[in-house]
Design a protein around this ligand. Sequence first.
Ligand code: PMP
Length: 346
Amino acid sequence: MKPLKELTRPNIGALKPYSSARDEYNGAAASVFLDANENPYNLPHNRYPDPMQRDLKKELAKIKKVSAEHIFLGNGSDEAIDLVYRAFCVPGSDNVVAIDPTYGMYKVCADVNDVEYRKVLLDDSYQFSADRLLAATDEHTKLIFLCSPNNPTGNDLLRGEIEKTLDRFDGLVILDEAYNDFSETPSFLAQLDKYPNLVVLQTFSKAWGCAAIRLGMAFASVEIIAILSKIKYPYNVNQLTQQQAINMLHRYYEIERWVSTLKEERTYLMKAFTKLSCVQQVFHSDANFFLTRVSDAGAIYHYLVDKGIIVRNRSSISLCGNCLRVTVGTRVENEQLLKALQVYGK
Ligand code: PMP
């Protein structure tokens, strides 16, 4: 890996971050707070939240088995995706490399930040080769984006190829594990010490059932986390979100139950899909959704909308011609979907 100083945008390296009232005094001893121009009424929502989310990170560190200084928290993992561009990619001259197809926000953030986005097509099994990905890089490539399990294809990427990418790339590898809780493959979180260029993204939006509170996690070296923390908005994770996330972390056993139920439902739903006459192919999934190739994705999508059932039409995405992406729901919801598709075209 290149020295982090060399990978960081010069203006970010030199940046003196904004120092908020709660950065300057964050002790617990005081009882009179006259430093942040808050309203003294309307407790507890009158007070700014902890800008570094210390209590939440302490709880999260226990569950994730990493120390708090390796954790960045943001307004969804989308915030972390945007911040890695802003921290490391010089607009107009740097580039990033990503697998294709994959999660759309990597490209949107590249476009917003005026950074060239280089796509490397997956193979017919939706897998990538480290060699082909690395061949697309040059001296201006700062980031490689990998997503495992991948969205919208649903499959885990080959671990050996991820490791090879981490070993050989001299920039940062952003490994998005938004759906890893649904996979049998272990997270790369335990590999943070081994790979100084690894940034793992996870989220409260999927297995944790908290998409509404907007909380994403990035795990990386202390030095990378310090850079992301330096450029984030001062109070990027609000107090209600911090509190609700702590509540959820105390109920982790419930999340394990949801995950195992959803995996059972995934098996049930995918098996039933293979028997539908409008379905041509059901792709392997390690996530809480799966991709399926159907006879006419547009027509089936609109047919389901008319019945109040919404799936995602992914037909326009590379390698996903005539494909729908189906999220696994409750047994009742899954039955509704199957019932509708069983009478499609009849
Ligand atoms: N990564 C992937 C692969 C996703 O599919 C999504 C959401 N669809 C996200 C990140 C964004 O997650 P968040 O809600 O934490 O912003």
